[in-house]
Design a protein around this ligand. Sequence first.
Ligand code: MLT
Length: 311
Amino acid sequence: SLALAGGAHAQAYPTKPVTMIVPFAAGGPTDIIARIVGDHMSKTLGQQVVIENVAGAGGTTGITRALTAAPDGYTIAMGHLGTFSAAPATYPGLKYDPINGMQPIGMAGGTPILIVGRKNLDAADLKAFVAAVKANPDKFNEAHAGLGSVSWTTCTLFKGILGTPKLNAVAYRGTGPALNDLVSGQIDFMCDQIVSVSEQVKAGTIKAYAIASAQRSPALPNVPTTTEAGLPEYQIEAWNGIAAPKGTPKEAVDRLVDALNKALNDENTKKRLLELGTVLPTAAERTPDGFAALIKRDAAKLDPALKAAPK
Ligand code: MLT
């Protein structure tokens, strides 16, 4: 904004582009949500929101970079259930503290989790897939986006239920690149956020065994819930959301919260998010306090399983 008050005041935030760090490769769920939401936030802020992909270590490299940047509102991050709620229990030496050491902005979208397999897997449904994995765990390769990522976290819970915690797993710099290898059949399955896999499921290039939510997704109405598919114990809700370094000025925080909220209220942005299967956050979840409560609640929920998980 170009509002100047009598020349005596500094120009209002933001006066230059805002960098939003995406801690995974381009083309994955976090990148997709960041680009859709960031597009509209740029309009409200009057400055470009520039996406920077900084992948590695299950997203913790990029989040560390963002949260240790100058707290001036010009570096923010799009994190998620993994980087904000699962990573602290996964990395004992983690260099950031999502609960006491960052400034939450708000949740950007709920991202239901799907168990997806390569399209020529023999198993026709979730029951058959679970039986096959249990019978021959050595024959299945899982893909994930690194320790502490959403795919790793949610598949850790899945494998815990199956009693096959040590399946072969391949780590990628994001589930975008993992999805390419799932489509080409180089890996067998993964647990991924709906937004990056929904188009491939619709196109039939991969199989979706179930969605780990209480309800089916309107974006993929033919995919059964885990309860319908015979594995009701497996229920997990993932999400993405924005945070800034602790100490970011209130003026900047307020503008970012407002820009996120306006993006999520915009008809076109909503349509793009909903088509991919994103669940729109509630009014409370779009606020720093509501988002902080969600991060804390899910960290407490995941902590025991993640501390016990083989790494
Ligand atoms: C991504 O954007 O690649 C995913 O959010 C990674 C993950 O599974 O956490």
